[in-house]
Design a protein around this ligand. Structure first.
Ligand code: NDP
Ligand code: OXD
Length: 309
């Protein structure tokens, strides 16, 4: 079986090592050294250019190196009818939960204000808020959001979660569907976004949504930049409707040097590192799917291409 690896950010070496150790017959190719495109059975990819998959006439599966498959599914030339799989946790749940916890604590423990006070050499305690009085709102209670919710519950925060279908998670107040969104937003002090980027969720974090939060709430976005209307977030920060934002993902990555987000005093920026796919943790899923593909079995982590995640 021939597999082509494509990523501008992931090192193929550990993947080659892990996959060929488990599957000695695998012909592991790294783009652009692919040989005859007609001999390619499957791809292992992160953000290939639009139309890239059209060159493989005998393609049988597309395996995403990431959990989010929005960039792949937005390709109008992605071959129809080919199964697409995504990473399911694969070591990212723990990393995402850590990032979310850091973001929540950054705002809850007023680290933004203390950083400013330190710059001013001003010794000024701020009235503390207990975790029990700082409800956290998780948008998207899937594989990754669930782990963050569990961690927040363990940390003593009241946790609310919003998702499409009903979920029962210990210690978490569930809000289900579009009609439950206003109540969810009104209940929380910090909004943590774990949604997949789909036609339904693109641009969701807009002025309308932000206006439903309590004044001075906070935003942690570690899902996708496309969820956020950046100009609306900036306006909400400037008006005080948002007290601060921690942003890991952006509509345009890398974030352009002239973006006003870079130097906004209430914004923390990281370069899409909330979680990374590590071959050590994730190769087992790919190996399992390659064995399944060879045996003609259904693949695991299958994406619903119509739904968009
Ligand atoms: P899942 O598919 O497991 O979970 C998605 C959740 O979102 C589900 O609970 C789903 O509801 C909910 N959801 C989807 N659409 C809607 C909607 N329209 N309204 C309400 N809820 C909705 O995804 P993962 O948890 O594995 O990943 C989440 C995202 O995290 C990825 O898509 C990716 O964008 C991002 N990510 C970011 C990383 C980073 O480094 N910054 C790293 C890894 C992932 P339901 O359960 O009812 O289907
Ligand atoms: C992913 C990501 O979706 O890293 O896996 O953003």
């Amino acid at each position: 079986m021939r597999l082509v690896f494509y990523s501008r950010t992931d090192d193929p070496a550990p993947w080659r090592q892990a996959l060929t150790a488990a599957l000695p017959d695998l012909d592991f190719r790294v783009w652009p050294d692919i040989g005859d495109p007609a001999a390619v059975d499957c791809t292992l990819v992160w953000k290939p250019p639009p139309g890239w998959h059209c060159q493989f006439p005998a393609l049988r599966a597309i395996l995403s190196l990431g959990a989010g498959v929005d960039a792949l599914l937005e390709d109008p030339d992605l071959p129809a009818g080919i199964p697409v799989t995504r990473m399911v946790d694969a070591g990212m749940g723990r990393q995402m939960a850590e990032y979310a916890a850091y973001g929540v604590m950054h705002f809850h423990r007023r680290m933004q204000e203390y950083a400013r006070l330190q710059r001013e050499r001003h010794w000024q305690p701020i009235e503390p808020v207990m975790a029990r009085d700082f409800p956290v709102g998780i948008m998207g209670l899937g594989v990754l959001g669930r782990q963050a919710a569990d961690l927040m519950v363990a940390m003593g925060y009241p946790v609310h979660a919003w998702s499409r279908s009903d979920k029962s998670v210990r210690g978490v107040t569930a809000h289900v569907g579009q009609e439950a969104l206003p109540g969810f937003l009104a209940a929380v002090r910090v909004l943590v976004n774990f949604l997949p980027l789909t036609a339904e969720t693109r641009g969701l974090i807009s002025a309308t949504l932000l206006a439903r939060l309590r004044p001075g709430s906070y935003l942690v976005n570690l899902a996708r930049g496309g969820h956020v209307v950046e100009a609306d977030v900036l306006a909400a920060l400037d008006s005080g409707q948002l007290g601060g934002a921690m942003l890991d993902v952006f509509e345009h990555e890398p974030l352009p040097a002239d973006s006003p987000l870079w130097h906004h005093p209430a914004v923390v920026i990281t370069p899409h590192i909330a979680a990374v796919t590590l071959a050590d943790d994730a190769a087992a899923q790919v190996i399992d799917n390659l064995r399944r593909l060879a045996a003609g079995l259904d693949l695991r982590g299958l994406v619903n291409r119509q739904r968009g995640y």
